[in-house]
Design a protein. Structure first.
Length: 87
């Protein structure tokens, strides 16, 4: 299922529950995974393939912690959009 919130595209992965692909308003691509009671945020770019390697990205206790940890406003907006989508 794909949802748009404030120019942010959120797609829930068909393969696993709790996996989200996010395209930001400025074209960045994030992968957010809720697993093991944690939140993993991975920024995908031309050198990192989505789901292609085992690294899960940065690990956080909550999605709100992830929002606070990132300095990039585009990524913060995308993670806040995901919070809105999940609530």
């Amino acid at each position: 299922m794909t949802t748009f919130i404030n120019e942010v595209q959120i797609t829930e992965a068909d393969c696993r529950q709790g996996w989200y692909d996010i395209d930001t308003a400025k074209g960045k691509h994030l992968q957010v995974v809720f697993d093991f009671g944690r939140v993993f945020v991975k920024q995908i770019n031309s050198t990192v393939r989505a789901y292609g390697n085992f690294t899960m990205g940065r690990e956080f206790a909550t999605l709100a912690d992830a929002v606070e940890a990132y300095k990039n406003k585009d990524i913060k907006q995308a993670l806040r959009a995901l919070i809105s989508h999940l609530v």
